[in-house]
Design a protein around this ligand. Structure first.
Ligand SMILES: NC(=O)c1ccc[n+]([C@@H]2O[C@H](COP(=O)([O-])OP(=O)(O)OC[C@H]3O[C@@H](n4cnc5c(N)ncnc54)[C@H](OP(=O)(O)O)[C@@H]3O)[C@@H](O)[C@H]2O)c1
Length: 265
């Protein structure tokens, strides 16, 4: 095969992954071919040394691993017109498209990697839930290496992909809301937006980093920050009274249910 990686769909997520793989020097642009029905969008990459294919069939014919980074509702327009072969490993980031559904649409016993990335992959600080199906171990190692340039990798059984969507795929929206609350609260106390933003973000990152390798229960860590008769407990009491944790879980459950519904459509 002429190219190691072919990308079908150079939109937000396709280019985020592409950007990281090249930035981390996992592959050079000369090893990557791109196709998008939006010609202007994909031609913009030509000057950087990527090969721009004239159609999706050229990607299937010349690329070992083919990334499907089109919207879920668009993949059949590819599988109905393009002939893939045993030489192609399919890498899919399409939300709600099950491995079996994709394999049936492709109509050959193809190796498939299903991945659920998230938005921070764009800066290499994201996380991907990954499931390999019938993929050669050498190709698995290669794909894991590429994906590691986007952030963490968590191997997931396929029946848990909706849960992955509800925690990490959609998670950036919930975290943005929490940061928004922290910033606004700080500003109510007289901080400027910039001061409050810096304090909020460093607190979020620092707390998450401290917890990364901790084995202490979170409830005990909360207690450690709350000294008796102190300040933190005043806020924590309100969050407990209003069941902040319950609200977060309720939202995640609603998100997961919607993801399950979309997977059936
Ligand atoms: N964005 C996220 O945060 C995120 C997170 C996790 C997973 N995903 C998954 O990533 C996939 C891509 O999402 P996105 O946000 O990157 O979408 P996007 O920005 O719309 O990118 C998709 C690109 O594919 C093009 N396209 C449509 N039909 C095509 C075809 N038949 N052949 C080649 N290219 C075609 C689109 O062109 P037009 O614009 O002209 O239609 C567009 O440029 C989705 O399946 C989504 O579920 C996204």
């Amino acid at each position: 095969m002429k190219y190691e990686l072919g990308i079908l769909g150079t939109g937000t997520m396709g280019t985020a992954i592409l950007g990281r793989i090249v930035e981390e020097k996992k592959l050079s642009p000369a090893n990557i071919a791109l196709f998008d029905i939006n010609r202007d969008k994909v031609l913009a990459f030509q000057k950087d040394g990527f090969h721009v294919a004239s159609d999706a069939q050229e990607i299937a014919d010349n690329c070992s691993v083919v990334l499907f980074s089109v919207k879920p509702q668009h993949f059949r327009s590819i599988t109905q017109t393009v002939k893939f072969s045993e030489k192609n490993t399919i890498l899919s980031i399409m939300a709600g498209v099950k491995i079996d559904t994709l394999r049936r649409a492709l109509n050959y016993p193809c190796p498939i990697v299903r991945v659920m990335p998230n938005m921070p992959c764009k800066i290499g600080k994201g996380v991907c839930g990954v499931k390999f199906s019938e993929v050669d171990p050498v190709v698995q190692t290669k794909v894991n290496d590429w994906l590691s340039s986007c952030g963490g990798i968590v191997p997931i059984e396929e029946n848990c992909f909706d849960a992955v969507t509800s925690v990490s795929g959609s998670g950036p929206a919930y975290i943005y809301m929490f940061i928004d609350g922290l910033i606004k609260g700080g500003m109510e106390g007289g901080l400027t937006y910039d001061q409050s933003k810096k304090l909020a973000i460093e607190t979020m990152i620092g707390t998450a980093e401290s917890y990364r390798n901790s084995t202490e229960p979170l409830s005990e860590l909360v207690e450690k920050v709350c000294s008796k008769g102190g300040t933190t407990i005043e806020a924590v009491n309100i969050y407990r009274e209003k069941d902040l944790e319950g609200i977060i879980v309720e939202g995640i459950n609603a998100c997961r249910k919607r993801s399950e519904e979309l997977s059936k459509e």
